[in-house]
Design a protein around this ligand. Structure first.
Ligand code: NAD
Length: 449
């Protein structure tokens, strides 16, 4: 297995065009092999965060007036280097986050494309700068999510302070290292590594921040929103969600199973559009669950860098525990376990878990929670209208990130498009992209003017 790494001994913050460290450090580990540390990183205190915001603030005047061509050149250089180093960076991403190598390489390619798309946009639609933008991101897409937020902000002439999730500090450092070579003036882009509680909270509280671009859990997003509201600051939030896939009696069974596998278990279900509710019309329920079970049993769960691995480990211990607790709670509430529900051992010590399928009811916790793992529940529906109702029920009352339907009925597909409450709707296609495909990725709705 390929284990090359070009990380320095200690990963530092990037502030005002230079690398700087802190007294305290943390270590990210490989979720496929807990005996393999990936990167030791500095953990910022409030003063370090303030220094980063000061440097961004000082750089803003000139950067906001920089020519579109200059912005485009820098963004294009970042995109090109990401693309050129996709194999090596994909390996780092797989080691630190746990995606399989093909999925990780896809993510790097996507991140490169995002920078290039914004380079194009910088030339044609430069946008209006706001000032210093805080970019705060989760561990699920360590390069793709930061790429979209950082590129959107820089394109419009904003300066950035980037605070990634601690678990993926190595990927964040690698991105900052590339940005360092892109020709951006000192202070335009800054990276602070460290905890959400200290570094993230301080960043949002700093009065020189003009906008926050955040992806993460609904709980953290709500606290970011609260802190921002006090200063009427612009906020872009992408938080948790609970997506659903409907399978009707008239669906093509093999298509429905393919779509369900990708929607519920692709990337270990660690994406906000993962369908953890599989709403199945009664006439096809047995055939569908039997076929899904056969596919789940054949999936290879192993080290993310091993050839032939379909699904790597869960990214971290608390997510693994959350997945196991969710399925244990469902069983306690009366759900039937069809597959999985337990952690598994492999050659290396890692957070491996069997993809889990349960048969349950809409009143159960599992049908209401945002699990963010390879755990799905089958809910039986009497007919299409019942299925639609179940799909539209979300615990928060907010629309699901995506709802999908598998059917050969044009009438139902059309009705579903109009009446589904999901932010996105898919027909006979995964609520997420295919495993190993970057197709779903597009620059997100995080564009800062
Ligand atoms: P999280 O909310 O714990 O952390 C996200 C980021 O916020 C991290 O960088 C963290 O350090 C920081 N943070 C934590 N507390 C903070 C605070 N008080 N102030 C400021 N920043 C703080 O989320 P996570 O565990 O990293 O990621 C998983 C979650 O992200 C899931 O709930 C998932 O649904 C969500 N997610 C949403 C999207 C989307 O596009 N909607 C995409 C990926 C992940």
């Amino acid at each position: 297995m390929k284990r090359e790494s070009h990380l320095p001994r200690v990963l530092k913050h990037y502030v005002n065009g230079g690398w700087t460290t802190s007294a305290t450090t943390g270590v990210s580990v490989n979720p496929s092999d807990l005996d393999e540390p990936v990167g030791e990183y500095a953990r910022a205190d409030a003063r370090m965060v303030d220094a980063a915001v000061d440097s961004a603030s000082a750089a803003w005047r000139d950067w906001s007036r920089a020519s579109a061509a200059r912005r485009a050149r820098a963004l294009d250089a970042i995109g090109s280097e990401l693309h050129a180093r996709r194999a090596e960076l994909g390996c780092l991403l797989a080691r630190e986050q746990g995606k399989t190598l093909p999925d990780a390489i896809d993510e790097v390619i996507h991140a490169g494309q995002v920078f290039r798309v914004f380079a194009e946009e910088a030339a044609h639609q430069p946008g209006e700068p706001l000032g210093v933008v805080a970019v705060i991101t989760p561990w699920s897409f360590p390069l793709a999510i930061p790429a979209a937020k950082i590129a959107a902000a820089l394109r419009a002439g904003n300066c950035v302070v980037f605070k990634p999730a601690e678990l993926v500090s190595g990927c964040a450092w690698a991105l900052a290292d590339i940005i360092d070579r892109s020709g951006l003036p000192a202070g335009v882009f800054n990276l602070v590594l460290g905890s959400g509680r200290v570094a993230g909270a301080r960043l949002v509280a700093n009065e020189m921040i003009r906008a926050v671009s955040f992806s993460g859990s609904t709980t953290t997003g709500t606290s970011v929103l609260r802190a921002s509201a006090a200063r009427q600051m612009e906020v872009h939030l992408d938080t948790g969600g609970h997506s659903a896939l409907i399978v009707l009696n008239d669906a093509n069974l093999s298509t429905a199973v393919d779509v369900a596998i990708q929607s519920a278990y692709g990337l270990n279900g660690q994406r906000h559009a993962a369908a953890s509710k599989l709403i199945v019309e009664q006439g096809i329920q047995h055939a569908f669950t039997d076929a899904l079970l056969a596919r789940l049993s054949a999936l290879c769960i192993d080290h993310a860098l091993k050839k032939g691995t379909d699904i790597g480990p869960v990214s971290n211990d608390s997510q693994l525990q959350r997945n196991l607790d969710a399925s244990a709670m469902a069983i306690k509430e009366g759900a039937t376990l069809i597959h999985g529900g337990r952690a598994i051992e492999r050659e290396t010590r890692g957070y491996f878990m069997e993809p889990t399928l349960l048969l349950g009811g809409p009143e159960m916790q599992i049908a209401r929670d945002d699990i963010f793992g390879p755990v799905a529940v089958v809910l039986a529906a009497d007919d299409y209208y019942h299925a639609l109702d179940l799909a539209n029920q979300t615990a928060s009352g907010l629309p699901a990130p995506c709802t999908g339907i598998c059917t050969t009925s044009l009438k139902h597909a059309r009705h579903f498009r109009r009446h589904s409450h999901g932010n996105r709707v898919t027909v006979n296609r995964p609520t997420t992209a295919a495993i190993g495909s970057g197709a779903e990725f597009r620059p997100r709705s995080t564009t800062l003017r």
